[in-house]
Ligand binder design. Sequence first.
Ligand SMILES: Cc1cc2nc3c(=O)[nH]c(=O)nc-3n(C[C@H](O)[C@H](O)[C@H](O)COP(=O)(O)OP(=O)(O)OC[C@H]3O[C@@H](n4cnc5c(N)ncnc54)[C@H](O)[C@@H]3O)c2cc1C
Length: 382
Amino acid sequence: MKYDVVVIGGRVGGSTASLFASKNGLDVLMIEKRQEIGTPVQCAGGTFRSTFDTLEMQPSPKYVCAEIYGGIICSPDGNRVKLKGKEVGGYILERKAFDKHLAIESARAGTDVMVKTMVTDLIREDEKVCGVVAKHMGKTMEIKADLVIAADGVESQIAPLAGLNTQKTPYDLGSCAQYEMVGVDVDLHYIEFHLGENLAPGGYLWVFPKGEGVANVGVGVRNSPHHAYHYLQKFTSQLSATPVELNVGGVPLTGMVDPIYTDGFLVVGDAAGQVNALSGGGIHTTVECAKIAGEVAAESVERNDASASFLKRYEKLCRITVGKDLKKSLKYRRVFDKLRDDDFNVITKFLDGYDLESISKLSMMSLIKEHPHLLRLLKEIL
Ligand SMILES: Cc1cc2nc3c(=O)[nH]c(=O)nc-3n(C[C@H](O)[C@H](O)[C@H](O)COP(=O)(O)OP(=O)(O)OC[C@H]3O[C@@H](n4cnc5c(N)ncnc54)[C@H](O)[C@@H]3O)c2cc1C
């Protein structure tokens, strides 16, 4: 078998890269190890409106559960503050249906898809990646390609085979556990973020509405004494809601891997660390970068040049598109890591009445005037 491009992983990163490579006329094969694309879910499904601009698609009720107008920050002292603004508007997606839909769109654009097929190795000639070894129902096959794109998620085994340093230590990861629950009292158009050192050490707890009292209730923690599931159980045991699904997973929180390309090879999505280090959100940044990967793949095949020096443009474009935001999120996360419950309380109180866009350095200075000890903590973002 020979393709222009083989894409490893069939969820949001893989399907988006395949979609744009196929739309640009390439012969693409997307390989997914699971028998069903989109499962098991490892996501709360929150993303921005602009994700669909990037995908060049209209969001569909087939997978949009709720439209989001803003967020509610819940501080340890019980204060609840509503935040609005362009930056927090978006959707809650049913990831199982969304990922499947993206794969279908990609197949419609011409991508061949193999499910229940695991890529186990890369084929290399003169140090250049030129295909994959895959296993399907006990049968091993070699598939040649001009370019391989790895979108195999946070536990990526493939990029290291190409010589890229994508391995994560537990310190690099947020550990998450989430229930989809029925009977949750939550506003359909607002996502909730609960803060507290005992509630979610090193992270936060979220309640994302999906409609008719159904919500994703999850916890992400980092460097915590217990696993995220412990904190999830503690919080949800006080609700009179019933879980109908449990999801667990890790999120890379240390920024974009460097480099994200080599001869004949690109890496996208969680595998490349293309995730907001403060929120743990990766759908939007993955879509942005995977689209670039699909388009650069098309140029590379057209020029018959899959050398690292040509593919460098993938990293350059990713850094232009999402690099600044990812760097900023790392800075904010470093500040967040130092905040204690008392700080969360005063900052939440300060946020009351603001649109996110209207928070200026000047307004933050007024907060610091009242609470001078915050200067030491916030100076990195001022
Ligand atoms: C609990 C939780 C909640 C989250 N909530 C949000 C949220 O609300 N909003 C948001 O923006 N982000 C969220 N994220 C992050 C988001 O889910 C990821 O950033 C996003 O899914 C990354 O997509 P991806 O395609 O890179 O990787 P994945 O979605 O991990 O997909 C990788 C795919 O590759 C396949 N694969 C792996 N190895 C192989 C192989 N060798 N051969 C073939 N196939 C292979 C896997 O089966 C999988 O289907 C959350 C993450 C977690 C864990």
